[in-house]
Ligand binder design. Structure first.
Ligand SMILES: Nc1ncnc2c1ncn2[C@@H]1O[C@H](COP(=O)(O)OP(=O)(O)OP(=O)(O)O)[C@@H](O)[C@H]1O
Length: 331
């Protein structure tokens, strides 16, 4: 990506809570990344990793204690009046007046927004048209979340910040939200998403960053991040046969193997080669491999390993593209 195309550009970002002068708690520590125009970037991390603290700096809601943020080429805190009209925000907590109806809430918000969408269009986008005359306090938690999203979209933003947008949504509403986010992205909206749902990041994100203890520890596309972790093949060894009877595991591309109660797990970065070798061997011996299961690593496995411990050894060599704490050079 040409740096000139970046819509969000974060370099060496820091945020400290508490008293000035080095005391207090540093929640964001030297975070750097860029998000290109029309890209969907997901920020992942365990509770307290620093995602919201970072996103609030990008939204211009607080001033960084160090580093630099640019959104659409401007400082979102110092130049809030320039940036704010071009940005949509869905915060973790909406906080609407509870006695207004959904339509009144959107109308009130539209009144503060230049070039606002019509109220019914905004409600239709999030499938709340039929609930337009229901008071906020009578909406379900998931419906309130969708109302939040309608408000974030009211000004047709160029950049959309979504902080855990599908928390509390049922599976159907979650998939509707994914479709909406995909449509917005296809229309050129740049989206920065935080989520605890790893399948959401896997389904939507062009690139993602995983934060741990205030730092970005890995960035890359979902495929690149997952690709740094081995695929697994599991099966039951037929009675009377042993691991030593398999073809040499190194020749099959197996990195590691484990045996528990007769069940074998092979780990490999070359799933097709390993699986082919195994199946050809079984066919030649006339064996059936009970419970055969082969799968690539999931984002969840990668996340648990990274968020809990650290990036995989040699992650960047393995995929050639996963950056470990790479900062702005990652693309
Ligand atoms: N106003 C505050 N004052 C002091 N510490 C804070 C404040 N807000 C957040 N923190 C601390 O900063 C750290 C990062 O919090 P943050 O909310 O950014 O994490 P997060 O990754 O968004 O977590 P979650 O997934 O739970 O929303 C946490 O340790 C939190 O306790």
């Amino acid at each position: 990506m040409d740096i000139g195309d970046s819509v969000i550009d974060v370099t060496g970002l820091r945020r400290r809570y508490g008293p000035a002068g080095g005391k207090g708690f540093e929640a964001v520590r030297d975070v750097s990344f860029t998000v290109g125009r029309g890209e969907l970037f997901a920020l992942l991390g365990t509770n307290g990793a620093g995602k919201t603290s970072t996103v609030e700096l990008l939204e211009g809601l607080a001033r960084p204690t160090g580093g630099r943020v640019r959104v659409l080429g401007h400082d979102p805190y110092a130049e809030r009046r320039v940036v704010r009209p071009r940005v949509g925000m869905m915060l973790q907590e909406g906080g609407f007046p509870s006695d207004l109806t959904a339509a009144e809430t959107v109308r009130m918000w539209a009144g503060c927004t230049t070039g606002a969408r019509p109220v019914d269009e905004a409600l239709g986008l999030v499938k709340l048209a039929k609930r337009r005359d229901v008071r906020v306090k009578q909406l379900s938690g998931g419906e309130r979340r969708r109302l939040d999203l309608a408000l974030a979209l009211i000004g047709r933003p160029e950049v959309l910040f979504l902080d855990e947008p599908t928390t509390g949504l049922d599976p159907e509403a979650r998939h509707d939200t994914w479709e909406l986010v995909r449509r917005l992205r296809a229309d050129g909206t740049t989206v920065l998403l935080t989520t605890h749902y790893l399948e959401e990041a896997e389904a939507l994100a062009d690139r993602l960053a995983i934060m741990r203890e205030g730092q970005v520890v890995v960035t890359g596309s979902p495929g690149e991040v997952i690709g740094a972790y081995p695929a697994r093949i599991r099966f039951a060894m037929p009675p009377g046969w042993f691991v030593g009877d398999l073809p040499p595991l190194g020749e099959l591309g197996v990195l590691r193997h484990e045996e528990t109660d007769g069940r074998i797990e092979l780990q490999t970065h070359e799933l097709q080669r390993t699986l082919t070798g195994l199946l050809v061997w079984a066919r030649d011996k006339g064996l059936e491999l009970d419970g055969l299961d082969a799968r690539t690593a999931s984002l969840e496995e990668a996340f648990l390993a990274i968020a809990g411990a650290g990036a995989p050894t040699g992650a960047s060599e393995t995929s050639g593209a996963v950056g470990t704490n790479t900062g702005r050079g990652e693309r």
